[in-house]
Design a protein around this ligand. Structure first.
Ligand code: HAM
Length: 438
């Protein structure tokens, strides 16, 4: 016997129905915001992902060599592919370009709750727009995409942060070297999951000698716990050792404008300013956000942000871009937990049973009904007795059971039994489609 690989899933019909339900809502919401659907290959050149996404994702790649000796990888995310695809036409790109897609992604991580090795993502990106209005539209879309399933503020919220403020924070402590800044952002990203002692040990390794790791830790803890712009401003004023107040004020003004725009879009209730969000992917350059289950800091339901330098770095064309992705695993868990998944069991419209002599009439009728748009089943194999067929039909849960007997067919009629109330009627074959429609 073969076992399924760890971290992968089979989609039996009920799971497939759930997956389709998610995809249908995602598509519908994206279209309401004017996004166009695109797609790309599951396999990409390995370098597309190792170049700029950061260490963590590079370690999690399913990578191998193909028969032509090319180094390739199963895509762990869609953003680098989007950049590759749009990069080809960057010079003439319509601005903004608003694209979405639904993809299967692969990451070799330790399978655990909310984390698998294969998962689906709803990716939504705006390319070619540099202002905060793009972030606002995406955050609104993200919120609506969760509300579409019946989720509300009591179930989820957005943690909104800004990498530029973190860059200024580091600058305020005299840290300007790109490599050190990168290491610090990665440490900020893991901060929540590490002990105080471990973080301080890492800080000692990364920070320039003159910076006191313990003092930096205390100040940074305060910034991570500041949840309004005024408190953030005060902390910068208190701790920044360099004169960066003008830049900080400018950035806080951008932040204020973003919050305003979000209030126009009716999203304020969902937003929590939370600088402890930094994002694990290395390419983000500005506002970043993650969607979380209310009261649960477990796995994020979605995440994204601005990545204004990724086009330049991957395809050599400067291009502002912002986007997010939501995953199917955490969303399905949340919907199940809150009993928000509808009954998606597939019920056929009509189950046909017939006397052996009436097989040809019944099958012709089945095809006609199918072509009119109804779903129809009958018992396959050699024609069995009516009672055996009826047993199967009632067990199947079809909305109607149609019974073809020689006697009734002499008058071009069939018996219909309604599952809803168990009532039976005699209907002319010519009227069947109309009857089922009603
Ligand atoms: P990400 O934060 O790596 O971002 O993934 C986004 C979402 O995908 C997560 O919040 C989570 O719901 C889901 N996800 C990620 N990894 C797994 C996993 N191993 N198992 C189950 N679900 C997972 C990105 O991928 C960015 N490319 C998003 C983006 C689009 N940024 C800009 N545009």
């Amino acid at each position: 016997m073969f076992e399924i690989l760890p971290g992968f899933r089979d989609f039996r019909p009920n799971k497939c129905a759930t997956r389709n339900y998610l995809f249908a809502h995602w598509r519908s919401v994206a279209k309401h915001y004017g996004f166009e659907e695109f797609d790309g290959p599951i396999l990409e050149p390995l370098e597309l992902f190792t170049k700029k996404s950061g260490e963590e994702i590079a370690e999690q790649l399913f990578a191998f060599e193909d028969k032509g000796g090319r180094k390739i990888a199963l895509r762990p995310e869609m953003t680098p592919s989007l950049v590759r695809i749009l990069g080809e036409q960057a010079a003439t790109l319509k601005r903004p370009t608003k694209w979405f897609n639904i993809t299967e992604n692969f990451r070799y991580e330790r399978p655990q709750k909310g984390r698998l090795r294969s998962f689906y993502q709803f990716n939504v990106d705006i390319v070619g727009e540099e202002s905060y209005t793009a972030e606002a539209e995406l955050i609104a879309l993200a919120i609506r995409s969760f509300q579409a399933f019946g989720l509300s503020r009591e179930h989820f919220y957005i943690r909104l942060s800004d990498r530029q403020l973190w860059m200024l924070w580091l600058q305020g402590f005299g840290i300007t070297d790109e490599d050190t800044k990168g290491k610090m952002l990665s440490l900020f990203d893991k901060w929540e999951r590490r002990s105080h002692a471990d973080i301080e040990a890492d800080l000692k390794k990364i920070l320039p000698e003159q910076t006191n790791a313990a003092a930096f830790f205390q100040a940074t803890e305060q910034l991570r716990n500041a949840h309004d712009l005024q408190s953030i401003k005060v902390l910068f004023a208190q701790y920044a050792q360099q004169n960066i107040s003008e830049n900080v004020d400018q950035r806080l003004e951008d932040f204020r404008l973003l919050l305003n725009e979000l209030s126009y879009l009716g999203c304020s209730d969902f937003i929590k300013i939370d600088l402890s969000i930094v994002r694990g992917l290395a390419y983000y350059t500005g506002f970043v956000f993650e969607v979380f289950e209310t009261g649960n800091q477990g796995r994020a339901l979605a995440g994204g942000g601005r990545y204004d330098q990724l086009f330049e770095k991957l395809v050599g064309h400067a291009m502002p871009a912002v986007g997010f992705a939501a995953g199917d695993v955490t969303l399905t868990d949340l919907l199940e937990k809150n009993h928000l998944l509808p009954n998606l069991e597939q019920v056929v419209d009509a189950y046909l049973v017939f006397e052996p002599t009436e097989r040809s009439v019944a099958l012709r009728c089945a095809e006609e009904l199918r072509q009119t748009g109804f779903s129809v089943k009958y018992t396959l194999g050699e024609t069995k007795s009516l009672s055996k067929q009826l047993k199967k039909a009632y067990g199947d849960g079809a909305r109607f059971v149609l019974i073809f007997t020689h006697e009734e067919l002499l008058q071009n009629k069939v018996q219909i039994k309604r599952a809803a109330d168990g009532e039976t009627e005699l209907i002319a074959i010519a009227d069947l489609a109309n009857y089922l429609k009603q």
